[in-house]
Design a binder for this molecule. Structure first.
Ligand code: NAD
Ligand code: AKB
Length: 311
């Protein structure tokens, strides 16, 4: 039986995704891999290997030895870290993708999932209800790498028939694993501070609106796009998907209503400029029409689930 490979499985999305894929396909059929040596306890219930996505030969060997047919490629440097290490980010985000696209082009993989981000948009894109097709001039190295990756995905699909599927995740909110160094990470840290009754210094201004999504919605979107019949996937760059939009002040108020007072100060740093260049909200009509996408979690539901999950 062919198996599923998750690369970058120990990160924020990887843990939740591996758990859900194993629930659907069986523990032994979903192989978790990460450059980090140790398997996170939550995904110790199935196979795990240390793997560097940039080690092309090792990736090829694993794909052949384990009879892999589907890859979820999650290894990347996110927006804030990528600004600190632009060359390393470009190398990982681009070469990692090429290594997997090439395996699919050579007929070794049937299907690939590769995530893009709302970071593909820039200051010249419409800010509200940012459409699927619009001006895209990202100003971060992360956004540039994601936009280039989207173009390569479409190219490999058009030229070589590679079945690659992608969504532009908004900022994701979850508790099973810590976030990996993005601009939207404040919306997770704030829960930790509220639960520990510690003061929270927010690195974005209180009125910064960003598109966000609860992890359960993101995992469902990922699995739904991968399970959709190929003819339904009309966009082979990456689909806009929307959850909800809120500001630091709005989420702080919602958390206080549930968990009591929070001492919060707003101290914007370099991440403010990144956030300012991103949309306020996303129009995901194409995902809704093509493969029936719809988010379930509003802000109140997210706050409830996060406080429950983290306590
Ligand atoms: P993360 O940083 O939490 O996890 C990435 C994982 O990749 C880490 O466990 C890391 O150890 C691993 N990794 C790093 N270099 C590697 C290498 N050379 N080989 C193998 N593994 C390596 O990131 P995440 O939040 O889980 O994001 C996963 C993907 O989703 C990324 O492509 C990211 O751009 C995208 N995305 C995430 C969000 C979000 O809010 N989390 C939003 C939009 C897009
Ligand atoms: C980040 O902030 O870098 C990510 C993203 C929106 O891609 N959460």
């Amino acid at each position: 039986m062919s198996k599923i490979l998750v690369i970058g499985s120990s990160g924020q999305i990887g843990i939740d995704l591996v758990l859900e894929l194993r629930r659907i396909h069986g523990q032994e059929n979903v192989i978790a891999t990460d450059i980090k040596e140790h398997c996170p306890p939550l995904i110790k219930n199935g196979p795990f290997y240390q793997l560097d996505i940039l080690d092309k030969e090792k990736v090829l060997n694993l794909v052949q030895e384990e009879n892999i047919s589907e890859v979820y490629l999650l290894a990347a440097l996110l927006s804030a870290i990528a600004e600190q290490k632009p060359h390393a980010a470009w190398k990982l985000n681009m070469d990692g993708l090429f290594n997997i696209l090439e395996l699919a082009k050579d007929g070794l993989l049937k299907k690939i999932f590769w995530p893009s981000s709302i970071a593909v948009f820039g200051s010249n894109s419409p800010k509200t209800n940012t459409p699927q097709h619009t001006i895209m001039e990202p100003s971060t190295i992360y956004g540039i790498s994601k936009l280039a990756g989207e173009r390569w995905c479409e190219y490999y699909h058009e030229k070589y028939g590679v079945d690659v599927r992608s969504i532009r995740y908004p900022g994701l909110i979850s508790y099973k694993s810590k976030p990996g160094g993005g601009t939207t990470d404040y919306a997770i840290e704030i829960f930790e501070k509220s639960i520990n009754k510690e003061p929270f210094s927010c690195f974005l201004s209180k009125d910064t609106v960003l598109p966000m999504m609860y992890m359960d919605d993101a995992i469902r979107a990922t699995i739904e796009i991968m399970e959709a019949p190929p003819e339904k996937i009309k966009i082979r760059s990456s689909y806009n998907v929307a959850g909800i939009s809120f500001t630091p002040e709005q989420i702080a108020k919602g958390i206080e209503d549930e968990n009591g007072p929070l001492i919060i100060s707003y101290n914007p740093d370099f991440r403010q400029e990144i956030a300012n260049s991103w949309p306020d909200s996303i129009d995901d009509n194409h995902a809704q029409n093509d493969w029936n996408w719809n988010a379930n979690f509003d802000l109140n539901k997210i706050i409830f689930e996060m406080l429950k999950g983290m306590s």
